[in-house]
Design a protein around this ligand. Structure first.
Ligand SMILES: Nc1ncnc2c1ncn2[C@@H]1O[C@H](COP(=O)(O)OP(=O)(O)O)[C@@H](O)[C@H]1O
Ligand SMILES: [Mg+2]
Length: 226
């Protein structure tokens, strides 16, 4: 792992309902290029919220985030920034039920330049062991297969960072293990940064670092600094 900060989160708060709900309450966190960070913590502690603000799906109430040297507050086109840098994987797969596996993987390339998206999507699905499933609709796929389609989709735009929110939460342990092995392999081969929310201790055990969240903050045990 290169020791280069990729994402620096400084004093982020995320309030809803005029401040009555404080999803994030002053988060400081630095994530290194190529790092696999597992985020753990009780339900409601802000785990999904921190992924959402990192991925520009939510705009913080206060604080600043830097991606390399770019401050989020200076980003003009958030959807372009998101597409260039981030791939998302969710617990519930979030596949489009009326599209084939192949078309689901191609969706994030809509509006992007280039013509090789289909070939890339096929290659990604092949590499994830889904060569026989390209034309299948999500309803005809097993849970582990759906999540592998979602992994392929997260990789289609060649992101630098994968943001995964409990990606194995709805899989049985054998399927979860297989999906994680594949994800870990891709991330390592391509030198990607992986930020994953998980409840599963066997998952967090594979991470370079475990970040504990509670009440919208990162816990720093024994008074350590971020
Ligand atoms: N869009 C929203 N509107 C209102 N409250 C929200 C919203 N998103 C999250 N919250 C609240 O913020 C807190 C943190 O949520 P979340 O980040 O989803 O926690 P976790 O993923 O750790 O379970 C919770 O109290 C949740 O109800
Ligand atoms: Mg969550």
């Amino acid at each position: 792992m290169a020791n280069t900060p990729l994402i620096r989160i400084n004093g982020i708060t995320l309030y809803f309902d005029g401040g009555q709900t404080r999803a994030l309450n002053g988060v400081d966190l630095t994530i290194q290029e190529g790092e696999f960070v597992a985020i753990v913590g009780p339900s409601g502690s802000g785990k999904s919220s921190i992924l959402n603000v990192i991925g520009t799906l939510d705009t913080p109430t206060a604080g600043e985030i830097y991606f390399r040297d770019q401050a989020y507050s200076t980003i003009r086109d958030a959807s372009l920034f998101r597409r260039e840098n981030f791939g998302f994987i969710f617990q519930g797969f979030h596949l489009i039920p009326t599209l084939s596996a192949l078309d689901n993987v191609i969706v994030p390339t809509i509006g992007c330049e280039g013509s090789s998206h289909k070939a890339r999507a096929e290659a990604l699905l092949n590499s994830l062991g889904l060569q026989d499933r390209l034309d299948h609709f999500p309803g005809k796929l097993a849970g582990g297969e759906r999540q592998r389609v979602a992994i392929a989709r997260s990789l289609i735009n060649q992101p630098r960072v994968i943001l995964a929110d409990e990606p194995t939460g709805s899989l049985d342990s054998a399927n979860a293990q297989q999906v994680l092995d594949l994800l870990a392999q891709v991330v390592r081969e391509q030198g990607l940064t992986l930020i994953m929310v998980t409840h599963d201790a066997s998952v967090s055990a594979r991470a370079d670092r475990i970040v504990h969240m509670r009440d919208g903050r990162v816990e720093h045990p024994l008074g350590a600094f971020a």
